[in-house]
Write a new protein. Structure first.
Length: 212
């Protein structure tokens, strides 16, 4: 399944008739459209303001098709979030793979994070803003995503020979929370395209914390 990004042009409709693809291809397309529809609708109306029927209509499928894929809205939201987390972690891992210094690693991580959401304003609104109203399970998954980032970043520190540097987990989580708060404010103000402007301040703050 591709990363959720309703900011991209929609895929072409599937062919019909005897040239139709197999059931697995159809099901995969339906699932992706449902996930993209949810992200788009939540960004526009908020999590509580979106109904399952609206998701199905926006995706161009029936209500029964929605329930063939997901038990409910929460499960659809969580899968969409998981797709975003995995795509972001892949980008972060790629950005950090070749770093040679601590500062370079921090800069690459900050740029990758802000650039990912800057290029996906709908996903930014849904998963930086509206996730806070999506319930306890979604918030727990968000906390787990922060832990995943800690693992990726710790591996990068080890590669540059600074495995001694990670501060207590609480301090590093506080830094990540501050970075997310910067992004939250910019997206809430309606300017996700300006997220990359935040990278220098994020790098400065991280360097003061990690290498005082």
């Amino acid at each position: 399944m591709r990363a959720v990004n309703p900011d991209e042009p929609p895929p072409r409709p599937l062919p019909r008739g005897r040239h139709s693809p197999g059931g697995e291809v159809v099901a995969s397309s339906q699932r992706t459209r449902l996930l993209d529809a949810l992200v788009e609708l939540v960004a526009e109306h908020g999590y509580a303001g979106v109904k399952v029927g609206e998701i199905a209509r926006t995706a161009g499928v029936s209500l029964s098709t929605f329930y063939a894929h997901f038990p409910g809205k929460e499960e659809c939201f969580l899968e969409a979030y998981e797709s975003v987390v995995q795509a972001l972690m892949t980008d972060l891992g790629r950005s950090l793979a070749q770093v040679t210094t601590l500062e370079d690693g921090i800069e690459q991580a900050a740029v990758a994070y802000f650039a990912w959401f800057a290029g996906r304003p709908t996903a930014a609104r849904t998963f930086l803003i509206e996730i806070r109203g999506a319930g306890n399970v979604a918030l727990q998954r968000r906390a787990e995503a922060l832990d995943q980032f800690l693992v990726v970043f710790a591996a990068a520190l080890e590669r540059v020979g600074r495995a001694d540097l990670p501060p207590p987990r609480a301090r590093l989580l506080a830094l990540l929370g501050a970075v997310e708060a910067l992004a939250y404010d910019r997206v809430l103000a309606g300017h996700p395209e300006q997220l990359l402007d935040l990278a220098p301040d994020a790098v400065d703050a991280a360097m003061r914390l990690l290498a005082p």
